[in-house]
Each structure stands twice: as structure tokens, then as C-alpha cells.
Design a protein around this ligand. Structure first.
Ligand SMILES: NC(=O)c1ccc[n+]([C@@H]2O[C@H](COP(=O)([O-])OP(=O)(O)OC[C@H]3O[C@@H](n4cnc5c(N)ncnc54)[C@H](O)[C@@H]3O)[C@@H](O)[C@H]2O)c1
Length: 398
């Protein structure tokens, strides 16, 4: 049978929110959405300033007539068009994610949102409820969990290759806050990042920590049950949080450690995961994102690579080029976009819906609960339970 994309007969239409010229993540979303032919970026709002937003669209190849002054206008006008948008992609400063996502869901649109999905856990639970009540789909762009080799790690864990899980280590190290950027020249980006009311409860967690927590939960196939954390700013006088280290216990009593740090001078974008089971261990590093090191007790260690013919077909299909040809975050993002599109197309066509692994709003909500638990643990000085999502379908799903 022809693919759902072929039978659906058209690309889905996306409205971008954010991602104006000069933004960091905007081109990643735009390129990923269109990479595999599942989406056409048809409309957008690219700035909080109406004039700048309308001027930015044509710069990005979006029709001037569909480059809107604000999100309310885009949702209202697109609704009236026979070729109106099917979904929005949200890549604005963090404090706007929740209101824009809620408005899009209420307007009958699917949502692809960047992290963090909201300011706090209560808002994230509201997004879970709205997504379900409106029958919509909601993806969160945790790209690290959309690489073929992190998905292969999850596959090996699920298949029981490691035996019972014993321990996970995840760390995400960056240097973006290694110097006092607070004292340097400010641009729009620094202004929202360095304002905790806009960037969130803990900057390092909104920026990178939630990716690390999500990756560990995704590969382990379980949520974090409780946490004992050290949260703060290592750079003197800083108002935002630049590091979090924690002991974590995943559901089922699996132990682990977690580190997120943005003030690591000399660091790059360094996210790593180690998964230890009773029979062996897996190691993945973003530096070598197309490879997974598999070391079984008493056997020579081996390196599986994206595109290897022995990989399961659903893992192989997450890559586009043969082993040895670099792919990166753009392609991982494109996997998320492609899967949400195929999910929507399958529903529309009445096809059976596979269990697509893209990160969903329930996972976004769990990250918010984890962040809140880290802060509570720092305040209380001990272990704190992570609030479970209401009606969580299955632990660690997506
Ligand atoms: N998934 C990832 O790997 C990843 C990486 C980087 C950033 N992000 C997330 O992406 C988001 C944006 O980060 P960034 O670094 O690109 O920020 P940025 O400041 O570089 O860009 C923000 C963009 O949003 C636009 N904007 C601001 N307010 C708006 C509004 N009200 N309506 C419409 N557009 C508006 C700005 O004009 C700008 O184009 C953040 O939530 C961040 O956490 C995710």
C-alpha cells in the first residue's frame, strides 16, 4: 500500500510562531519541517512587534499576505481559508509557549512546541488536558531523543538486551553562561533569557536540562520518581540558575545521576548518556551522534552506526544517508516533524496509528514536574518525589 503521505495527497500546512531572521532555532524548525516533504511552511508570526513580523515573512520565503501581526490574527484568519494551516510550530521566548500552545489547540490546530512547554507543571498539565480534549497532537522538539542511535539505545533497553537496568548517567555541559554575559552588551535574546520571569523557573533546565532529563527517561522507558538535587548559580551575583546536579531515582528503583551546566568554560554542546544494565552498558555522546557504543560483559565492545543493515527498519528509517555521511540535529528535528505529520495523516485516513516515538506533551509535562522537584529538593535539602502526570498513559512514553 502507498504511504500515508502519498495517499494524503498534500503536505500539511504549518504556521511558524517565532523564528524570525537572526533567531537561533528558527532555521532549524523551518528546515526540518520541509526536509522530507511532510510540511509546507505557509504562514507565520515572527516577532512580538507587528511591523517586524510582517516584514520578516518574505525574508524567510513566506507569503507577505500570510505573515501576520500576531498569533491571534494568524489563527483567526487562517481558519477562514480553504488552505488554512493544520498546525503551528512555537519557537518563541519561553514565557509565550503556554499561551500560544493553548490558543492553537483551542483553535483546532496541532502543535509542535519547543521546550520548555510551559512556565510550570500546572500549565503543562493544562496543555495535556487541552490536547486530549480537542483531539489534537502535540510534539515537543527534544531533538536528542530523535536521533536513530538514541532510539536504538531505547530499543535495546526495551528488548532486554542489557538485562535489568541498574544505573543511568546523563549530563549536558555548555559554556554559554561561563562568563558574566549579564555585564556585556544585551540583545533581545539575552534580555529574555536573563529574566527568570521569561526564561522559566530555572534557566539551565529550560535551556538544556530538560533535554538531558528527557533523553534519559526516553531511553530508560521510565519517568523520574524522585530526585535529590543541588541547584544554583556558580557565577557570583547571577540571578538565573546556571547549574543543576542531582541524584535521581527512576520508576522501578533504577538509580542515576543528572548534571546540567551552562557555565562550564571551554564546554561545547556536550550531551552524553550512559545506561548500565546487569549484562552490559550503552554509551552515546552528541559529539558522535551517529554511533552507539555497546559493551556487554565479557565480550569485545562494538560500535553500532546509523545506517547499519542489522538495525531494525524503524531505526534505519530515522536516517537518510548511509553510514559515514554526517547527519545532525536538523535531521533529528525532521524525524519529529515527519512523525507528527504521519500521525495526523494516519488519523485522517482512518489508518491504524503506529506508536510514533516523537516526544509528546506528556513528556513535556514530566520535564516541568522534574524541574519543580529539583527546586523543591534544593530548598528542603533532601529527596523529593516528582509529581506524576495526571492520567499518564504509560511511564516514559515518548
Ligand atoms: N530544541 C532545541 O534544541 C532548542 C535550541 C535552542 C532554543 N530552543 C528554544 O527555542 C525557543 C527560542 O529560542 P531562540 O534561542 O531561537 O530565541 P531567539 O531569541 O534567538 O529567537 C526568538 C524569536 O522569536 C521571535 N519572537 C519573540 N516574541 C515573539 C512573539 N510574541 N510572537 C512571535 N515571535 C516572537 C523573535 O523575534 C525571534 O525571532 C526557546 O524556547 C528555546 O528554549 C530550543
Amino acid at each position: 500500500m502507498a504511504s500515508s503521505r502519498a495517499r494524503f495527497g498534500r503536505a500539511l500546512r504549518l504556521g511558524m510562531i517565532g523564528g524570525g531572521p537572526g533567531s537561533w532555532i528558527g532555521r532549524m524548525h523551518q528546515g526540518a519541517a520541509t526536509l522530507d516533504g511532510f510540511w509546507n511552511v505557509a504562514a507565520g508570526v515572527f516577532s512580538s512587534d507587528a511591523k517586524r513580523s510582517k516584514a520578516a515573512g518574505p525574508e524567510l520565503g513566506i507569503d507577505a499576505s500570510r505573515s501576520y501581526a500576531n498569533v491571534e490574527e494568524m489563527i483567526a484568519v487562517e481558519r477562514t481559508r480553504p488552505d488554512g494551516i493544520d498546525a503551528v510550530a512555537i519557537m518563541t521566548p519561553n514565557d509565550t509557549h503556554y499561551p500560544y500552545a493553548a490558543a492553537a489547540l483551542d483553535g483546532g490546530l496541532d502543535v509542535i512546541a519547543d521546550k520548555p512547554v510551559s512556565h510550570d507543571f500546572a500549565q503543562a498539565c493544562d496543555l495535556v488536558a487541552r490536547t486530549r480534549a480537542r483531539g489534537r497532537l502535540f510534539a515537543v522538539t527534544h531533538g536528542y531523543a530523535a536521533y536513530p542511535m538514541t532510539r536504538y539505545a531505547r530499543h535495546l533497553v526495551q528488548a532486554g538486551e542489557l538485562g535489568a537496568l541498574r544505573f543511568l548517567q546523563v549530563e549536558y555541559i555548555q559554556s554559554g553562561l561561563a562568563v558574566r554575559v549579564e555585564d556585556g552588551p544585551q540583545n533581545d535574546r539575552f534580555r529574555w533569557l536573563l529574566d527568570p520571569r521569561r526564561s522559566g523557573l530555572a534557566l539551565v533546565m529550560s535551556a538544556i536540562g530538560c533535554h538531558a532529563q528527557h533523553l534519559a527517561c526516553f531511553v530508560a522507558g521510565r519517568d523520574v520518581a524522585r530526585v535529590c538535587s543541588d541547584v544554583g548559580a556558580v557565577v557570583p551575583g547571577r540571578r538565573v540558575i546556571d547549574h543543576v546536579s542531582a541524584l535521581v531515582e527512576f520508576a522501578g528503583g533504577v538509580h542515576g545521576t543528572f548534571t546540567a551546566m551552562q557555565a562550564a568554560a571551554g564546554g561545547e554542546n556536550d550531551i552524553r548518556l550512559r545506561v548500565c544494565g546487569e549484562r552490559g552498558m550503552l554509551e552515546w555522546s552528541h559529539r558522535d551522534c551517529s554511533y552507539l557504543r555497546i559493551a556487554m560483559q565479557g565480550e569485545p565492545a562494538r560500535i553500532a552506526g546509523r545506517g547499519d543493515p542489522f538495525l531494525p527498519p524503524e531505526i534505519v528509517s530515522g536516517g537518510r544517508a548511509p553510514r559515514g555521511h554526517p547527519e545532525g540535529l536538523l535531521h533529528a528535528f525532521a524525524n519529529i516533524y515527519g512523525e507528527l505529520a504521519q500521525h495526523r495523516m494516519a488519523i485522517s485516513l482512518g489508518d491504524p496509528v503506529p506508536d510514533f516515538p516523537y516526544p509528546k506533551i506528556e513528556a513535556g509535562a514530566h520535564s516541568m514536574a522534574f524541574i519543580e522537584a529539583c527546586l523543591t529538593s534544593q530548598a528542603s535539602g533532601g529527596w523529593v518525589a516528582v509529581a506524576p502526570n495526571p492520567n499518564r498513559a504509560s511511564a516514559g512514553a515518548g
